[in-house]
Design a protein around this ligand. Structure first.
Ligand code: GCO
Ligand code: MG
Length: 402
């Protein structure tokens, strides 16, 4: 089999998605998610203008060779645009291989290691009351794990409270929205949120929280310590992703489990955190870190150090990425937890998915390949809409990590 064509489809069914399609002379098509929130067209151009021509004529079965050809052959290494583009090619090739062999992708990754993939939902609220109420809604739907984010006294625009009922959508069309962040009210408020959540929801449900890279190491240590009584499953991104050694300080002061990795792109961004056991969950995204080929390496490396997987899976990645995560999480031994935000309703008109939610888990379908089909005609009805993620500032106007 040979690759005859490759192109991206950029569409906006409720939000922007970039999908790579790879076509072969056998008439098979594979899809990969190339969405990078707020920078979508950069990846589309990387693929259409620089990568597509390199794929034509190649045997799509040679996934490892194509991966290294794109990674090492570009000379310029790593970075979100490059690694998302490589990830899209990689996932599309796994999809094609599954279709060619008439088997689901998880079978190619080692086979089924579990019944289903336990997921966590996103409970948000403008106030603690609203957020805890939303969390109860997830528990009633059968979720066993819920991330909770809320507005707090003195902090009205927290990260994680945005548009959407069963999802959280931060990107806005037009110019970036500005939010105010202050560590004082945040550090005082979050323990109150979880005190309330435990009092209302009990101890059976796993609870999570995302600090979204906003704290200094000492602030992160304080937060982890003050959350210990509420036994979180994980505290996510407590400090800026670049400051890896600062996790030693956090780790020395708290036993609240730590999850990091959604802005990482390669194993080289993760290996210090994993090898020094500074984290408990590695959250690298299939789409943003070189696809399944590379993520399997990260997972196997992490397994040696008792670190489990917790793939990033927000609504700003398409159902193609979620399906790829589910195949990966179904097959990998050191699975931890999978993020699950539901997509806007219009997305279902463009992406026909085989996976389904039941009993707190997502289940991969046994369709060949990834089990997701892109309806290109319908995609054309939802043209791309420029949108940006928000920007955070301190009260005095200083730009802060969003
Ligand atoms: C998460 C993330 C997202 C990111 C988003 C940016 O844990 O799901 O933090 O909500 O903010 O993916 O585009
Ligand atoms: Mg996050």
């Amino acid at each position: 089999m040979r690759i005859t064509n490759a192109w991206t489809v950029v569409c906006s069914p409720g939000r922007n998605f970039v999908t790579l399609v790879i076509e072969t002379d056998a008439g098979l098509r594979g899809v990969g998610d190339a969405t990078l929130n707020g920078r979508e067209l950069a990846v589309a151009s990387y693929l259409d203008d620089h990568v597509a021509a390199l794929l034509i004529g190649r045997d799509p079965a040679d996934i490892e060779d194509i991966w290294h050809g794109l990674y090492k052959g570009a000379y310029w290494r790593r970075g979100p645009v490059t690694m998302t583009a490589i990830g899209a090619v990689d996932v599309a090739l796994w999809d094609l291989k599954g279709k060619a062999l008439e088997t689901p992708v998880y079978n190619l990754l080692g086979g089924r290691a579990r019944r289903g993939v336990t997921v966590y939902g996103h409970a948000n609220g403008a106030t603690i009351d609203e957020a805890v109420e939303a969390a109860r809604g997830y528990v009633d739907m059968g979720y066993r794990a819920v991330r909770i984010q809320s507005g707090l006294p003195g902090l009205e625009q927290p990260y994680g409270v945005g548009r959407g009922e069963l999802y959280y959508e931060p990107a806005e069309r037009g110019h970036p929205v500005e939010e105010v962040f202050e560590p004082g009210p945040y550090l005082r408020g979050v323990p109150r949120l979880f005190e309330r959540a435990r009092a209302e929801l009990g101890w059976e449900v796993d609870l999570l929280h995302d600090a979204h890279h906003r704290l200094t190491p000492l602030e992160a240590a304080q937060l982890g310590k003050s959350l210990e009584p509420y036994r979180l499953l994980w505290l996510e991104d407590p400090v800026a992703a670049e400051a890896q050694e600062s996790l030693r300080l956090v780790r020395n002061h708290t036993v609240t489990p730590i999850a990091i990795g959604e802005v990482f792109n390669t194993i080289f961004d993760t290996h210090q955190l994993i090898a020094e056991q500074l984290i408990d969950y590695i959250r690298t995204t299939v789409a943003h870190s070189g696809g399944l080929t590379h993520l399997v390496r990260v997972a196997h490396f992490a397994e040696v150090f008792h670190v489990r997987t917790g793939c990033h899976g927000p609504t700003d990645l398409s159902p193609v990425n979620l399906a790829a995560s589910l195949h990966f999480q179904t097959a990998v031994h050191n699975f931890g937890l999978q993020e699950y935000m539901r997509h806007p309703d219009e997305a279902a008109e463009v992406f026909d998915v085989g996976y389904w939610f039941d009993d707190g888990m997502l289940h991969v379908s046994d369709r060949p390949g990834l089990g997701v089909e892109l309806n290109e005609e319908r995609a054309a009805d939802f043209p791309y809409q420029p949108a940006y993620l928000p920007v955070a500032r301190r009260r005095d106007g200083t730009v802060h990590s969003w």
